[in-house]
Design a protein around this ligand. Sequence first.
Ligand SMILES: [Zn+2]
Length: 86
Amino acid sequence: MVKVKKTPQRRCLGCDTNKDKKELLRVVRSPQGDISLDKTGKKPGRGAYVCCSRECVLAAISGKRLEKALGVTINEELKNKLLEEL
Ligand SMILES: [Zn+2]
């Protein structure tokens, strides 16, 4: 018998769809307050999830949902940095 592992689901802040956690990108605010993309899912800090797509990252930012989820202000510089890391 093969055990079926349940994959945790997270909701994308861009398109508001539930997906497997591993299919989503974690944006994390470190204890120091730095915002970065966490591709390993292991960075400490407060995290929010979006799809691995430019559209969803932009939607999450422009709708202020990412700011609310992380409790930070996302300026143009940070937005560009996140898009570059994508
Ligand atoms: Zn999405």
